[in-house]
Each structure stands twice: as C-alpha cells, then as structure tokens.
Design a protein around this ligand. Sequence first.
Ligand code: FE2
Length: 323
Amino acid sequence: MTVKIFDTPDVQAFVKTVAGFDKTGGNDRAKQIVHRLVGDLFKLIDDFDVTEEEYWAGVNLLNALGSQTQFGLLSPGLGFDHFLDMRQDAIDAEAKRTGGTPRTIEGPLYVAGAPEAEGFARLDDEATEGETMWLTGQVRDVNGTPIAGAKVEIWHANSQGGYSFFDPSQSEYNLRRTIYADSDGRYTARSIIPSGYGVPEGAPTDVVLKSLGRHGERPAHIHYFVSAPGHQHLTTQINLAGDPYTYDDFAFATREELVVPAERIDDPAEIAKRDLDGPFSHVVFDVELAQTDAAELQVRHARPRAKEDDQDLASQLAGTAKV
Ligand SMILES: [Fe+2]
C-alpha cells in the first residue's frame, strides 16, 4: 500500500509551522530554507515510501558523520564543493570575468601562516621521504603579462597521504610554503611527490560512498592559492597525470587544464644545475589570474580553517578527510 500525504492541507500547514512561519522572531532566510528543505525531505519520504527503519538508520549515519567531523569529507564526495565551483564559474561568466586558470575545490586542510620565501622555497623538511619533486611555474595575467610578486601558497600531502598539522608525525608546516613570485612572475619549489589517498575504510563517508557503488580515492594532487592585487584570488589544485585516480577523483576536483605530468629527469647536468642528489620529477604549473576591480573577490575564504592559533578546529579536523 502506498500512502501519499505530502500534498494534504494538514501536512502543508505543518511544514510551515515547523519552519516558524507563524512566529515573528527568527531569521526569514532560515525559515525559507528550512521550509524548503524539510518539505523536500517529507516529500521524499512519501515518494520513496521510506520506512521508519530506513529513516532512523539515516539519523544514526548523520550522527556518526557529525561525531567524526566527516561532513567536510562527505561534502566533496557528494559533489557539493564542485557544485559551488560550477556556480562560481557561472557567476564569473555572467559578470564577464572570463579567462584565467580554472578554480577547483580547496579541501579542508589549508593552514595559514606557512613560512614565506621569495622566488624559491624547499617545502619538505629534509627528513621527509619521497621522490624529489621540482615544481616550477609562472604567474601571468590573462594577457600573458607576468605578475611580479604574486603570492603562491602551496600545500600537499607526503608520500603516505598525510598533511602536516593534521598528521602529528610531520614537522610543523612540512610541505606548506608561501612563495612570492620573482620579478618575472616565476616561482620554484623543491619538494617530494605527494601520494593520493582515500577515505578511511569503514568511516561513515565510506559507508555512504559504498552504498552508491563508489570509492573514496583521490589522485596525487597539490593545492594552490594564488593571489595578487587587482586580480581574482585563485583556489585550485593540480592532479598529477598517470595516477589511477587522476580522472576518477571521488572529490570531483579534476579539471582537464589542471592535470599535469611529472617528468622524470635523470640528466646529471639538470640534477647538478638544481643542486640535487639524484634524479627528480619535474612538474610545471603556470597560472593565469583573471583581473578584477572588486576588492572582495581578491580573497574569498568562506570555509572555516585551521590556523596555528586555532587548535580546537585543528583537532576537530584531524582524523577527517585528507582532501
Ligand atoms: Fe588534498
């Protein structure tokens, strides 16, 4: 037997009551959104004949996600982070702010306050094991003019997929640096090739993804913020080509323009030129920043994030996604 009650006057009135429409206090936008959200879920329960067992299993799953601070992991997994990027792309297109390197999701593991350098920085502490990476690029505007002094913030995982600050085995700010581009807009970083990683087996996010027949793996990637006065702040990542998950990222961060090869170099002259000990992988990522006159678009940091003085948030984030 299928029962449908959503469209009855009683239920329609009830959703309005739930959303506080008959109360003068509160926040009008919250009321509108909760009215829509609860109404849509009521209708879903009706349409799919959701059983009480299914409903309470869902509540338990939400509790598990919350208690393990995994909504920040489920969010990219269910495409919300990418959807927000798609919306921002459309907003930019509408405002004729076209061109520039594509944005993609930030993930939850940026940490402010990384050491700063001019032109060149070594990202790894010398104790970090991994294949040497030489990461270079030039920051330009959409006309191809180099942007001297552009701020390039880079962070990535180690070869086990862990991030400093969240992985207590790593030194402070390991694999995190801010490099100001030189007079020709160029930046250079010495580091190690990061590893991809996955959602922890059995974690609530893993349960959700498995129920969809999906995996929770990410390819090896490197996060960037790039900014300069008069230009749009860019949040992006590069995915290393050749990873099994380069085009199958559970977080939907891959964009064709952001897939870059890591070229193995074993020419002794090239090794000597960089004062390295042996063969290395060369990764090149040039960045184009779109221009803007709007100051508020130069820095867009909506996501709460860990800072060196924000241990509570850091401990909440620790143990969650390495996105
Ligand atoms: Fe990441």
